[in-house]
Design a protein around this ligand. Structure first.
Ligand SMILES: *Cc1c(COP(=O)(O)O)cnc(C)c1O
Length: 374
């Protein structure tokens, strides 16, 4: 007899809020009574704290992770005629911003083990038009930044790290977002450091870029009502900054809890038949925004349905690669051209992963999954 158990969500952000409700309420009330809703001390303090956490001198907050990427490329003068190398196995925002500036995304296949850019293929994709590389630390696992920076430096290319899923991850002891020229972060609610709404940030050690980024996010305004460039309105709200200050203090704990869950999943599932568990590179410390397995032999969708029947909710990140999206038909990619990515899109399944996921719930996921292969 199967006991009826409560279903497990793929992620749960409400539960985390209940653990910090009093602190968050007080901070939000303080902003409300201060009357400073845009900018002001809560934003400035958060920028300083986040820069210190990542290990850079500058943090420029903005409205979203997408805007962080857009502003970073703008500040680097990426425009029509330029090529930017990135991965086709990511959220659309990574490539969208390249296209929005009239530049061309050049998609390079991924490494089958890490789901991240295949560094050797990055080198092969460089042309005289290449200006920048956007590595994505997907699912919270850092890209091999040593190899990537060697290639970028040899060809004088800018490296803009997409850290949206990897706040707190590190490569050889350095936090992601501090290794390339610019780091871009998202505070979308389901990210490792998530706000209660949209938010983003850019990190760098470059003062000239910082000045330009601060100007661009504020309508291209350098001095009050003097506009030097066409900019945008992209600011982090004071309320979000106040909430993020609180959550930043818990981030290491929450990432530690995610790592413990990943270790437990790994122990229970790495020998299981029919699936492949994710691997970490020895020099990196990942923060497991997602725990993404492969379901082999074309059984992914069937396994997902059976898990759902057992109350285990999963996600597919990502079902279709960017190089085969309708919007990128004009780039002329063919099915089969980036085979490792295409196979990943058919096989990946992200299991429930959030810091508060209990051991009992983890067991239910594991048993449910193993049951699919009996
Ligand atoms: C979430 C995400 C973004 C975009 O962040 P938003 O804050 O939602 O705009 C960019 N890149 C990746 C890899 C993401 O996961």
């Amino acid at each position: 007899m199967i006991q009826s158990v409560k279903s497990i969500p793929a992620f749960d952000i409400k539960q985390q809020y209940t653990t910090i409700r009093a602190e968050v309420s007080a901070a939000v009330l303080e902003v409300l009574t201060s009357g400073r809703y845009i900018g002001g001390p809560s934003v400035e303090e958060f920028e300083q704290q986040f820069a210190a956490y990542i290990g850079v001198t500058q943090c420029i907050s903005c409205n979203s992770g997408t805007d962080a990427l857009f502003l970073a490329l703008r500040a680097c003068d990426i425009s029509a005629g330029d090529e930017v190398i990135t991965t086709p196995f990511t959220f659309i925002a990574t490539a969208e911003v390249i296209s929005a500036l009239g530049a061309k995304p050049v998609f390079v296949d991924i490494n089958a083990t890490t789901f991240n850019l295949d560094i050797e293929q990055v080198a092969a994709a460089i042309t005289p038009k290449t200006k920048a590389i956007i590595p994505v630390h997907l699912f919270g696992q850092p890209v091999d930044m040593s190899a990537l920076m060697d290639i970028a430096n040899a060809h004088n290319l800018l490296v803009i790290e997409d850290c949206a899923q990897s706040t707190g991850a590190s490569w050889q002891g350095q936090r992601v977002g501090s290794i390339g020229h610019i780091g871009c972060f998202s505070f979308y609610p389901t990210k490792n450091l998530g706000g209660c709404g949209d938010g983003g940030a850019i990190t760098t050690n470059d003062d000239a870029l910082t000045a330009k980024l601060r100007m661009l996010r504020d309508h291209g305004q350098k001095h009050r009502y003097v506009y030097e460039e066409i900019g945008v309105n992209s600011r982090l709200d004071a309320i979000q900054a106040a909430i993020l200050q609180i959550k930043l203090r818990y981030l290491d704990l929450w990432n530690h809890q995610r790592r413990a869950i990943a270790e437990r999943y790994h122990k229970s599932l790495s020998q299981a038949l029919g699936i492949a568990t994710p691997q970490e590179l020895a020099e990196g410390i990942g923060v497991w925004n997602q725990y993404t397995i492969r379901v082999l032999d074309g059984k992914r969708n069937a396994v997902r349905s059976r898990l759902q029947e057992r109350g285990v909710n999963t996600m597919i990140y990502y079902p279709r690669p960017l190089h085969l999206q309708p919007v990128y038909e004009n780039l002329g990619y063919q099915v089969g051209q980036l085979p490792v990515t295409e196979q990943a899109c058919d096989e990946v399944l992200s299991l429930p992963m959030f810091p508060e996921l209990s051991e009992e719930q983890q067991d239910q996921v594991v048993y449910g999954l193993k049951d699919c292969f009996i």
